[in-house]
Design a binder for this molecule. Structure first.
Ligand code: HEC
Ligand code: HEC
Ligand code: HEC
Ligand code: HEC
Ligand code: HEC
Ligand code: HEC
Ligand code: HEC
Ligand code: HEC
Ligand code: HEC
Ligand code: HEC
Length: 350
């Protein structure tokens, strides 16, 4: 008797598991049916389809049809007509688009029609087509808000280190949307679909920075050797000033100036603690080596005071008394050459 009870219970629980599983399967097939995310003009940032589709689950098609509906061969299903249909009236735009990386979206069978072709950005087009090009029946970017625009682009571009801070970036907060910098149809650059190439793109809003790169000593950004986006992530960063970086902003400098990274046997404390910017202006300035101070000695003497020659001042040892006390005594770095740190000498002579 207890044996029978056990197998009945086992059977019952199997039944429950099977029921739950099949409900889950059916609803996930239904959820895969792209839920016409943009039809109401609102944004769809969530990648979780279930959240958008409680009603769709009820009208789930028979299981056998489901896989077919999510392949590109049946795009007509949920108000999507496919890029080839758009081409019949927008041939020029279509041809341009077909030469951009966005053409690849047509290969995305997993995302289905809502992630393919023109409609990946403009939303379902069936009503627009049926209306002979009714512009009120298709999403246009013209009068859309930054939030709406970004949400659309980020249905596909939200992941990865490059974009993970885009939602709250300073650019987003200040209504600089994806299409302030990118143009899917009218890009002027070969790479990255930019509206203008760098640095002109950035200068169109950051004019003040232009003069910094025209200073006598500067990173050669205007000359095209270094790009703004080498140091900044225009899509936002976790740290300040959208610099690609650690808290001291130095990580970005080491991508090119690897020799300054160390670790050194004898570190020069400010390089590690306060960072490159305690001595250098990152964009450019009037002083050689982009130093903050016109004279190397003045820079050193800010910390290594000679008023207390052998005493310690704020962690930095005072300039020893056997050094000439004249401020314009030979450049300190004439002898203390390895000023960023040394593996051989505690006073950075070599
Ligand atoms: C039957 C022809 C026809 C087809 C097919 C068609 N369109 Fe249009 N579309 C038009 C016309 C006409 C206009 C309005 C005139 C214009 O601005 O070029 C238009 C305008 C637009 C606009 C701009 C709206 C605006 O406010 O400026 C977008 C975006 C657009 N179509 C996208 C699409 C997409 C995406 C498809 C495919 C899903 C598509 N169209 C298919 C005829 C068509
Ligand atoms: C990656 C997103 C994206 C894709 C894919 C896309 N568009 Fe657009 N479309 C835009 C944006 C953004 C604009 C606003 C103008 C601009 O920034 O270039 C636009 C504008 C338009 C316009 C208005 C006219 C204009 O140039 O301003 C039409 C028409 C249009 N798109 C049709 C299409 C058609 C047809 C396709 C497919 C061949 C397509 N779009 C694919 C994003 C996209
Ligand atoms: C339906 C998915 C989808 C949407 C929506 C989408 N993209 Fe893309 N985008 C792609 C794919 C796929 C690529 C090509 C592969 C890659 O570079 O990741 C791409 C590439 C890009 C590139 C890189 C081009 C290059 O030369 O490397 C830029 C820039 C870009 N998209 C901007 C946008 C902007 C701006 C929007 C919104 C107006 C947008 N995308 C909307 C799928 C999408
Ligand atoms: C302030 C200008 C600016 C804004 C705003 C901006 N981008 Fe970019 N984007 C760039 C530049 C510049 C590059 C080239 C980056 C480089 O050189 O590494 C780029 C590169 C890209 C790339 C290709 C590189 C990669 O690693 O994926 C994609 C995709 C992209 N942007 C999408 C977007 C999307 C989506 C948005 C909106 C959320 C956006 N961008 C907003 C300037 C911008
Ligand atoms: C060599 C790396 C580097 C390059 C190249 C670079 N920046 Fe910067 N930028 C920085 C650092 C580091 C800061 C942070 C300065 C600070 O915190 O005081 C900064 C700060 C900024 C700021 C904030 C305001 C300010 O001046 O402190 C803006 C805006 C800016 N950069 C724009 C640009 C633009 C535009 C370009 C290209 C024309 C560019 N940057 C190129 C490293 C760079
Ligand atoms: C359409 C205008 C526009 C364009 C184009 C643009 N920016 Fe910005 N940027 C802004 C605005 C607005 C802010 C926020 C206000 C501010 O701090 O200046 C900002 C902020 C920044 C900051 C942070 C400044 C700070 O004080 O923290 C950096 C860095 C920056 N942008 C770099 C760039 C780079 C690099 C490019 C080119 C790839 C670029 N921007 C293109 C408008 C723009
Ligand atoms: C994309 C590569 C790159 C990055 C990132 C970079 N630099 Fe540079 N830096 C260079 C190049 C290239 C030069 C050589 C300049 C020249 O000859 O025009 C240089 C030169 C310098 C110089 C010496 C100038 C001279 O006159 O001797 C200093 C100082 C400097 N960088 C500091 C920094 C700091 C600080 C950072 C981080 C905020 C940084 N760099 C990030 C490429 C880079
Ligand atoms: C304590 C001040 C100080 C700090 C901090 C500092 N530097 Fe320097 N840096 C100097 C001085 C002084 C010179 C000029 C050396 C000379 O006169 O020969 C210099 C020169 C340079 C040069 C050009 C000459 C060379 O050695 O290649 C580069 C590049 C440079 N620094 C990069 C950096 C980077 C990157 C950082 C951050 C890791 C950094 N500096 C931090 C003081 C500093
Ligand atoms: C922002 C402050 C600061 C600046 C600017 C600075 N230093 Fe230093 N320096 C320090 C600190 C802090 C130490 C570490 C003291 C310790 O480890 O006990 C140090 C250590 C040294 C030492 C090694 C002392 C020893 O025997 O341990 C020398 C030599 C030195 N600095 C030279 C210079 C020269 C030359 C310059 C100018 C190019 C300079 N420093 C700029 C703060 C600074
Ligand atoms: C002519 C070469 C020379 C010049 C130029 C020079 N120093 Fe020195 N410095 C030395 C010597 C030698 C020592 C002692 C090294 C030792 O003790 O092993 C030293 C030691 C130091 C120390 C370490 C003191 C301690 O207590 O450990 C500091 C700090 C220092 N110098 C700063 C400076 C500053 C700042 C300048 C520029 C105003 C400068 N030096 C210019 C040769 C020089």
């Amino acid at each position: 008797m207890p044996r029978v009870g056990k197998s009945v219970r086992l059977f019952a629980s199997c039944l429950i598991v099977i029921t739950v599983l099949s409900v889950f399967l059916i609803s996930s097939f239904a959820a895969r049916q792209p839920p016409a995310p943009f039809a109401d003009g609102t944004s769809q940032t969530s990648q979780s389809p279930a959240a958008n589709t409680p009603p769709a689950a009820a009208t789930a098609p028979p299981r056998t049809n489901a896989p077919a509906a999510s392949t590109p061969s049946a795009p007509a299903a949920q108000g999507y007509v496919g890029a080839e249909t758009c081409k019949t009236c927008h041939a020029k735009i279509y041809d341009g688009w077909a030469n951009t990386p966005h053409w690849q979206t047509t290969l995305d069978t997993k995302g289905g029609p809502s992630h393919q072709g023109c409609e990946g950005c403009h939303g379902p087009g069936a009503e627009h087509v049926a209306g002979g090009g009714d512009v009120s029946k298709i999403f246009t970017f013209k009068n859309a808000s930054t939030k709406e625009i970004n949400a659309r682009c980020m249905t596909c571009h939200a992941s990865g280190a490059q974009h993970m801070n885009a939602i709250n970036s300073l650019h987003t907060q200040n209504n600089v949307s994806c299409i302030s910098c990118h143009s899917p149809h009218n890009a002027t650059t070969k790479d990255f679909l930019l509206v203008k190439k760098q640095p002109e793109l950035c200068y169109s809003c950051h004019l003040q920075q232009k003069s910094q790169f025209e200073m006598p000593f500067h990173h050669r950004v205007n000359e095209g050797l270094v790009k703004c986006s080498d140091c900044h992530n225009p899509h936002g960063t976790a740290g300040p000033k959208q610099v690609r970086t650690s808290s001291t902003q130095d990580q970005v400098c080491f991508t090119c100036h690897t020799d300054k990274q160390g670790p050194f046997v004898f570190e020069h404390e400010p390089v590690k603690i306060e960072g490159c910017q305690s001595c250098h202006i990152p964009h450019g300035g009037a002083n050689p080596h982009m130093l903050r101070v016109s004279n190397v000695n003045l820079l050193c003497l800010q910390c290594h005071t000679n008023s207390a020659p052998n005493g310690k001042t704020g962690g930095a040892p005072g300039t020893p008394s056997f050094h000439s006390q004249q401020t314009f005594f030979k450049a300190c770095t004439l002898c203390h050459i390895q000023i960023h740190g040394s593996n051989f000498d505690p006073t950075y002579f070599k």
